[in-house]
Ligand binder design. Structure first.
Ligand code: FES
Length: 148
């Protein structure tokens, strides 16, 4: 008998404005059973699609919103790494310009279920912080200061 897929609600879908993105500092159970940081970013397009990615640039492993905390290129047509400026397609995560051109962000399956934005197929640790979504950008910074 197969186990049901892991589905975790991380916020209300309406918490992310259309055309915006939000970082989440989560933890997951790795294949070795250890708990690992799982920083992600979820983008909501103007067309009301949600795209999730691990918030790690394939070039140097930093978080995409390094620096000024934003995720987008100036025209907001692409995700952009704040470290060296690589550009990524929002709907595929493919890097189309920059040092990691041809590489892709690691996708995270997301779905809106009953108005909640849910992460699917990842075993998350639920009781890491009393309010894990309070100040997500600062928590992301904390994780990247202490990478495993
Ligand atoms: S770390 Fe992202 S472009 Fe260099």
């Amino acid at each position: 008998m197969s186990q049901p897929p892991d589905v975790y609600a991380i916020c209300a879908a309406s918490d992310i404005e259309k055309g915006d993105a939000k970082a989440f500092s989560l933890s997951r159970v790795a294949e070795d059973g250890e708990t690992r940081p799982f920083p992600i970013v979820v983008v909501r397009t103007h067309g009301d699609e949600f795209h999730g990615y691990v918030n790690v640039c394939p070039h140097n492993g930093t978080w995409l919103n390094f620096g000024d905390g934003t995720f987008f290129s100036r025209d907001r047509a692409f995700l952009q790494c704040g470290r060296h400026g690589a550009l990524f397609e929002i709907d595929s995560g493919l890097c189309i310009q920059g040092d990691c051109r041809g590489d892709s962000l690691e996708p995270v399956a997301v779905a809106v279920i009953g108005g909640d934005l849910c992460i699917c197929g990842v075993a998350l640790i639920e009781d890491v912080e009393p309010d894990p979504f309070g100040d997500v950008e600062e928590e992301t910074m904390d994780i990247m200061i202490h990478p495993d």
